[in-house]
Ligand binder design. Structure first.
Ligand SMILES: NC(=O)c1ccc[n+]([C@@H]2O[C@H](COP(=O)([O-])OP(=O)(O)OC[C@H]3O[C@@H](n4cnc5c(N)ncnc54)[C@H](OP(=O)(O)O)[C@@H]3O)[C@@H](O)[C@H]2O)c1
Length: 326
């Protein structure tokens, strides 16, 4: 089997590449001229240089692979148009390339996001519920999902919706782990926010199960770890993993909004390096519940998360220490 991975230079994509190689699958990675290849440089992969706006480069990339793992996407952008370019238009162009130039029996796996469905209220979300994204990021991922579902009428394609992902190489959760390592755990607001999470190794397992399963065609799957977590519990697990005592500080929403406004302004001035926190991200962060159910992934794919929260965060903390990030 030969696979194409887009977004291979990033956190999730590079972890997926490692696992594909471990399973003896030949891997081609779609990268840009500007991509940081740190996670790929010593690996036996083929690099396909391209861009989602360059249809010829996409045609070459997809023409000889059995499965396309479309992981590339922007989790931060300076404008709504920026999210739609990186998440929707890129996916649409890649699908067009697969339709025209890919083998007929090629499989397409799209890494979407829980943000495409929007927040939960009460019970964890299931895949049958009507999506209600609250951010431009979520709306752009949902638009991409709709293009993938349309494509799945002709070809085999499936959608994975992860909640927040953590684990080796993640730069976002690292900020939280670094802060707790320094003795401070900052929680926005006073409400108890409940979230689903997934360790990147469990997510990769779910992605590969969806790629292998016949019945995943045209299906959406939440691939998440067990349990519902709040930021205090998450902080406690990190503190325990690091062997650190820390202070927990709840900061008021007006201050978070101020920081997000600053982030949006800075991102507008430097659109090529958008900030992690901005007003669009705030719409997602402000919600009190981001819970999803992995029951369909278990029933149809045989998915079973291997890492509970404490073990997963301990694994991540150990990786950051070993890599010299802490
Ligand atoms: N991390 C999470 O918690 C999470 C949760 C749910 C869903 N997701 C989804 O998972 C996917 C990967 O996320 P990640 O956390 O691994 O992000 P990441 O580390 O920032 O990696 C993003 C990858 O996408 C590529 N990319 C971004 N914008 C691009 C563009 N306009 N054209 C071509 N390539 C582009 C990047 O390539 P360059 O190196 O060239 O920039 C990079 O390889 C995204 O689609 C995201 O929506 C992530």
């Amino acid at each position: 089997m030969r696979a194409l991975v887009t977004g291979a230079s990033g956190f999730i994509g590079s972890n997926l590449v490692d696992q594909l190689l471990a399973e003896g699958i030949a891997v081609k990675c779609l990268v840009r001229g500007s991509s940081n290849l740190a996670w790929l440089k010593d690996l036996p992969v083929t690099l396909a240089h391209g861009d989602f706006r360059d249809l010829d480069s996409l045609a070459r990339a997809v023409s000889d692979v059995d499965c396309v793992f479309h992981v590339a996407g922007a989790t931060r952008a300076s404008s709504r148009a920026g999210y739609f370019r990186a998440n929707f238009e890129a996916t649409r162009n890649l699908l067009r390339a697969c339709e025209k130039h890919g083998p007929k029996d090629q499989k397409f796996i799209f890494i979407s996001s829980l943000a495409a469905a929007g927040p939960s209220s009460g019970a964890p979300l299931t895949e049958d519920q009507e999506p209600r994204p609250v951010s431009a990021y979520g709306a752009s991922k949902l638009a991409a999902e709709r293009a993938v579902l349309e494509f799945s009428r002709q070809r085999a394609a499936a959608i994975i919706r992860p909640p927040a992902v953590y684990g080796p190489r993640d730069r976002d959760t690292f900020l939280l782990i670094k802060s707790i390592n320094r003795g401070l755990h900052v929680i926005p607001g006073r409400d108890v926010q409940k979230v689903s999470l997934v360790h990147v190794h469990d997510l990769v397992t779910g992605i590969l199960l969806a790629a292998a399963a016949e019945k995943s065609r045209g299906r959406v799957y939440y691939v998440c770890g067990e349990g519902h977590h709040d930021w205090r519990t998450i902080g406690d697990c990190i503190g325990k993993a690091l062997g650190r005592r820390f202070l927990t500080l709840n900061i008021p929403w007006w201050l978070v909004r101020l920081a997000a406004t600053g982030g949006s302004l800075v991102s507008r001035v430097t659109p090529s390096s958008p900030t992690l926190l901005n007003l669009d991200k705030l719409r997602d962060i402000r919600q009190t519940q981001w819970l999803c159910s992995n029951e369909r992934a278990k029933a149809e794919l045989g998915f079973q998360p291997a890492l509970d929260l404490a073990t997963g965060l301990a694994d991540a903390a150990a990786w950051y220490k070993k890599a010299g990030w802490l």
